[in-house]
Design a protein around this ligand. Structure first.
Ligand code: SF4
Ligand code: SF4
Length: 337
């Protein structure tokens, strides 16, 4: 089988209402070129399969320790994974009697994945939904993703890619003809801060969104772009950043006025705290509080004030619990946005 006929998929999430119009099935691919400090899916950054240990499920039998062919596991107060020698083979997950060892990332053939996604066609048809390829980064395994998108379009399925904008233009040329909607992250306009928060400058991000809009003007496809901005307290959630992104969107609207149909301000959430722990990682934002409702409203008003098309501004995500108010929580969503 050709190497690009298979891809590593982290998760298939059904019934999503966050990643495009209608009811969608979102495919989270493994691999991302960025390391955003607020990343909500840290298990998606590494392109290879990884194992994680869920302590609450472990019965301490040590079967995994004996089964590991690479001596990567030890047990004292719990299982410790030596990630420098773990090869992600998944043997430990196969022998664990209590599902305490989990493999993150599974190899799929493009054909098998498409067949799996087509099981949800009835939902797509009735809701105006479809399939969104997310991650990680949707363009990271581009040849595989193209095969999946082409097949989905043959079956008349609405397709979306969710991208951080870090890829080359050849990759965009390859994918865009098979995509209805692009979910595009504009996280931070200051190049140095973008580098500091994500590990890379925003130079390519800003060039690629212009390229996508020019491509759309010429080919009339993809049909729509939704811009997504994560509102991270102490990081991207600053007045000057939101105003600068609004001005950038105004410039983009002047290239191709009708195709940017939505600008999502995605409020920070910290539901992913345990994921970092399971991967043996420290998370800088583990104790960062959510935005208050007032702060979220403030950024929404600011965005509407400075965007030439305020109707496209939307907000999503959780805000801080105050008094006896119930939290507004959303299901898994890449917080790239
Ligand atoms: S095999 Fe599973 S239950 Fe047994 S020690 Fe390993 S992780 Fe724990
Ligand atoms: S994935 Fe393979 S190499 Fe890694 S700990 Fe499990 S058995 Fe060992």
């Amino acid at each position: 089988m050709a190497i690009d006929s298979t891809g590593i998929v982290l998760e298939i999430q059904r019934m999503s209402t966050e990643d495009g119009p209608g009811i969608r099935t979102t495919v989270f691919m493994k691999g991302c070129p960025l390391k955003c400090v607020w990343c909500h899916n840290p298990e998606s950054i590494n392109p290879k399969p990884q194992v994680q240990w869920i302590g609450a499920r472990c019965i301490g039998c040590k079967t995994c320790v004996q089964a590991c062919p690479n001596g990567a596991l030890t047990f004292d107060d719990g299982i410790h994974i030596n990630r420098t020698v773990c090869k992600g083979c998944g043997r430990c997950t196969e022998v664990c009697p209590s599902t305490a060892m989990e493999l993150l990332g599974k190899q799929w053939s493009a054909d098998a994945l498409v067949q799996e996604l087509l099981k949800d066609s009835a939902y797509f048809g009735t809701s105006g939904g479809g399939v969104t390829i997310s991650g990680g980064e949707s363009t990271f395994q581009a040849h595989f993703v193209k095969k999946v998108l082409v097949e989905l379009k043959h079956h008349g399925i609405h397709t979306a890619i969710d991208t951080c904008g870090i890829c080359n233009q050849h990759t965009l040329d390859m994918l865009l003809p098979h995509v209805d909607l692009v979910l595009y992250d504009l996280k931070e306009m200051d190049p140095l801060k973008h580098q500091q928060f994500t590990g890379k400058s925003n130079y390519r991000v800003l060039n690629n969104i212009k390229y996508i809009l020019s491509f759309m003007k010429e080919h009339l496809f993809p049909r729509e772009v939704w811009i997504r901005t994560p509102l991270i307290p102490g990081k991207t959630a600053r007045d000057e950043n939101i105003v600068a992104i609004a001005h950038e969107i105004n410039n983009l609207l002047s290239i191709n006025p009708k195709v940017i149909t939505r600008w999502d301000l995605c409020a920070f959430n910290n539901l992913c705290k345990d994921k970092y722990t399971r991967l043996g990682l420290e998370w800088e934002l583990a104790h960062t509080p959510l935005l208050t409702k007032e702060e979220l409203s403030h950024f929404e008003a600011l965005a509407k004030q400075h965007c030439n098309n305020p109707a496209i501004v939307k907000t999503s995500g959780s805000t801080r619990i105050e008094d006896d108010e119930a939290p507004v929580t959303k299901p898994k969503k890449k917080l790239g946005c």
